[in-house]
Design a protein around this ligand. Structure first.
Ligand code: PLP
Length: 414
């Protein structure tokens, strides 16, 4: 069987720059930091052009094969990935006097398993298969576990998923249904992560926690490639990213760097804006304090389960990207998150997940504080389908056996 184009040269410690040979199983570097995959970009640029890419019509993020580490076609595990759309919130924009097309949502809820975790886990599972790893495990707040379960089952690998006990029921059920062993843990995601770490030696698990293996970030990087291509190989003025472990933010930052080295974009960058919930905002606190690392956040709580991450191993990489881009970190409370979800759903017909709604609430807050020009071209990330989350209860009813009081049937906004 043929091989996919592969330009990986080595892996590199994100802190010390120490190099590691490709083609082996890795978790963290020797200094306990995330490893980043490096490519021969000069050779990649000779083998692939923007026009070649434009000719590839299907395949979702696998269209960017040259930017990815999988070498053998049979190891590419796919569930029918799609390019996710950019949806303009023009009705809301017009309310605020903005020109059309300035406020865009990249709707990642269209991916397999209903969240952008599919990008990272498709790559992690494909590489696990390629490197002969069979037994995968991770801590998760839900969506990552669902994507791991689905892609691992598709690859014929086993997976074990540890979730905080109060993880949304739908996530627990989808993980179970898609073939993983799922366990509720009486703690938060970092407590689950500690148990997965112990299971590495006790059970021989391979740890696919956020940034604790090198390939999820390569999958998330494709959000940056896809966004640049969708905008005609340029970048927006600002990206609002709901930040938990930060894989996507770090991954997009890496994508932009690779594109610039290829000469496909210039040195301009969007402001990278890390959005967190007020009940769990370690990155915001560290950004405000000018720190390089973000200590564990106590008593983390928020309705936006995907960003309830009290401590992130890639904290310094998130903060570096935010600062180098001239961006900022900002927290919004649950009340504003739910109000934002309601407003976008009612005004635009787009049902965001709470984490995605947090980016809209943060955009409003940033305009309020004068941190962003209203006419800036902005991309908000909606990371999962809103259908995975508890939704409002319906209480109104009609009794078909009684006379209907038609005059009382007013529209909600009337
Ligand atoms: C995982 C997740 C996030 C956070 O993503 P990171 O890249 O880990 O910061 C945000 N929203 C949703 C819905 C998620 O599942």
């Amino acid at each position: 069987m043929g091989r996919l184009p592969n330009f990986v040269t080595h892996l590199e410690c994100s802190e010390t720059g120490r190099e590691y040979a490709p083609g082996r199983k890795y978790n963290l570097s020797d200094s306990g930091k995330p490893l980043l995959v490096r490519y021969d970009l000069a050779a990649l640029g000779k083998a692939l052009s923007k026009r070649d890419l434009a000719g590839r019509r299907s395949g979702g993020f696998w269209r960017y094969a040259e930017f990815l580490p999988v070498a053998a076609p049979e190891n590419r595990i796919s569930l029918g990935e799609v390019e996710t759309p950019l949806i303009a919130l023009d009705r809301i924009g017009r309310d605020l006097g903005l020109p059309d097309g300035r406020l865009l949502v990249k709707d990642e809820g269209r991916l397999p398993t209903g969240s952008f975790k599919a990008r990272g886990l498709a790559l992690a599972v494909s590489m696990a298969k390629e490197l002969g790893v069979t037994d995968l495990a991770m801590p998760t707040n839900g969506n990552a576990g669902a994507a791991l379960a689905a892609y691992a089952s598709r690859a014929g690998l086993t997976s074990t998923v540890l979730c905080p006990a109060d993880t949304p029921e739908i996530n627990l059920s989808e993980i179970e249904a898609q073939g993983a062993t799922v366990l509720r843990v009486n703690g938060l995601i970092n407590d689950c992560g500690k148990l997965v770490g112990e299971g590495r030696s006790a059970r021989g698990w391979f740890d696919v926690s956020t940034l604790k293996e090198p390939y999820r970030i390569e999958g998330k990087k494709t959000m940056g490639l896809e966004l640049a291509e969708q905008l005609g190989w340029r970048l927006p003025d600002a990206i609002f990213y709901p930040t938990g472990g930060g894989t996507g933010l770090i991954g997009m930052w890496k994508a932009f760097d690779e594109l610039e080295r290829l000469g496909w974009i210039g040195s301009e960058r969007p402001k990278m804006i890390a959005v967190q919930a007020s009940g769990c905002a370690p990155i915001v606190k560290a950004w405000e304090a000018g720190e390089e690392h973000a200590p564990l956040w106590q008593d983390a709580h928020t309705v936006a389960a995907g960003i309830r991450v009290p401590v992130a191993i890639g904290d310094f990489l998130i903060l570096r990207a935010v600062r180098e881009s001239g961006g900022f970190a900002i927290a919004v409370d649950d009340e504003r998150i739910l109000a934002a979800r309601d407003e976008v759903a009612r005004r635009e017909g787009l049902l965001l997940c709470p984490e995605g709604a947090a980016t809209f609430a943060a955009w409003l807050a940033a305009l309020d504080r004068g941190w962003l020009q209203p006419e800036a071209e902005v991309v908000l990330f909606n990371c999962a389908t809103g259908l995975k989350y508890p939704l409002p209860t319906v209480t109104r009813s009609l009794d078909r056996n009684r006379p209907v009081d038609w005059a009382s049937l007013t529209n909600r906004d009337a």
